[in-house]
Design a protein around this ligand. Structure first.
Ligand code: DAH
Length: 354
């Protein structure tokens, strides 16, 4: 009977390592240690044994029972650890790897088309020797109007519906503040910190209290540009603008120059491009005329040079104000400027992804 017990124990020790799940181990446990299990059978048969045999056999049977119990607990905890290791290996994410983080996230984001073209334009102008300047959104009346040859009561002020900040205590020109209506404000700031010759651009947001429609927004973007030196002519301006537009649209663009009135330039022009959305046939963006006003420009007015601390008898220059949002619309065939500020991710995610 002792032999039978040892054989049982041996069988158990052989079976245990072959089991791969805790359920199988618990079943085996029941088979050996259960009420009607193998060990219980052995113990039951003790009643037929002699007292000496019973002592030996009983002691051994209880020892085997304890050992089986211990082996089972160990095996169960081994199985649990194996399971954890397996999960760790299969669900491993290396957060230092860019792609694994991107793959785990559902949205990968995009660059806003205005930002895309903004950066492209900066690169292009930098490659042509221009500096890039910045200016405040909240401006004083002097930089937005006076220094640009637009005194109070000048009819040109009506062309730019302005968001004013109300300051009942101080109404002087240097202290009345507004949200800049154009990036031309950077002209005087840029000039007064430089000696000619120089050339710079100033891209940024501008604000107008306007009614919105397919081609007008209250917040939009301009790129102001200025080149000051000796003997600068309109042909310099046309050359630079044609080069820029060709790079941006990756093809020759048809342009036309019309006289335009802006108090800070003389002569002033409107540079239009052939509408690329409808190919000149007429659409909501070009207001059915086939041309889009993209670039008002001109030769800097002597009064403005003087306001910037530059002697107009020695130097001259050109300036332009490129409409960035229109450029974006032409480039991507967007027919309503309001999409650009809609905050709609379905719109933005169509552009370049990180
Ligand atoms: N600041 C003008 C506007 O927002 C645009 C402009 C016109 C800028 C002529 C210029 C320029 O530099 O020469 O309407």
């Amino acid at each position: 009977m002792l032999e039978q017990l040892e054989q049982l124990f041996l069988n158990f020790k052989q079976a245990l390592p072959t089991l791969g799940s805790s359920a199988d181990v618990l079943n085996l446990k029941a088979e050996y240690l259960g009420k009607k299990g193998s060990i219980a059978q052995v113990l039951k048969s003790l009643k037929d044994a002699s007292p000496d045999q019973r002592k030996v056999l009983g002691g051994r049977a209880n020892a085997v029972k304890d050992e089986i119990q211990t082996l089972i607990v160990t095996r169960l905890s081994d199985l649990e650890q194996e399971e954890i290791n397996r999960k760790l290996a299969s669900q491993r994410i290396d957060i230092t790897l860019r792609d694994s983080v991107m793959a785990a996230s559902t949205n990968s984001g995009g660059v806003h088309p205005v930002t895309l073209i903004w950066h492209e334009i900066e690169d292009l102008f930098l490659s042509m020797g221009f500096e890039i300047l910045d200016g405040p959104h909240v401006e004083d009346e002097h930089h937005n109007f006076e220094a640009l040859n637009i005194p109070a009561d000048h009819p040109a002020r009506d062309m730019q519906d302005t968001f004013w900040f109300h300051n009942p205590h101080d109404q002087s020109v240097d202290h009345r503040h507004l949200l800049r209506t154009h990036t031309s404000t950077v002209q005087v700031r840029g000039m007064s910190e430089r000696t000619p010759p120089f050339r710079f651009i100033a891209p940024g947001k501008v604000f107008r209290a306007e009614r919105t429609d397919a081609s007008h927004e209250m917040v939009f973007h301009q790129v102001e540009g200025m080149m000051v030196g000796k003997d600068i002519s309109v042909s310099h301006l046309i050359y630079f603008m044609k080069s820029i537009l060709k790079e941006i649209f990756k093809r020759e663009v048809t342009i036309r120059l019309r006289p335009g009135f802006f108090p800070f330039v003389e002569p002033g022009f409107e540079l239009d491009i052939h509408c690329l959305i409808c190919d000149g046939k007429g659409c909501s963006v070009c207001k059915q005329v086939g041309w889009v006003e993209l670039l008002p420009c001109g030769m800097v007015h002597p009064n403005v040079l003087t306001a910037g601390g530059i002697d107009p008898n020695q130097y001259n220059g050109y300036a332009f104000g490129l409409g960035l949002d229109r450029l974006v619309m032409m480039r991507y065939g967007i027919d309503d400027i309001r999409h650009l500020h809609s905050g709609d991710l379905r719109f933005v995610s169509q552009f370049k992804h990180y």
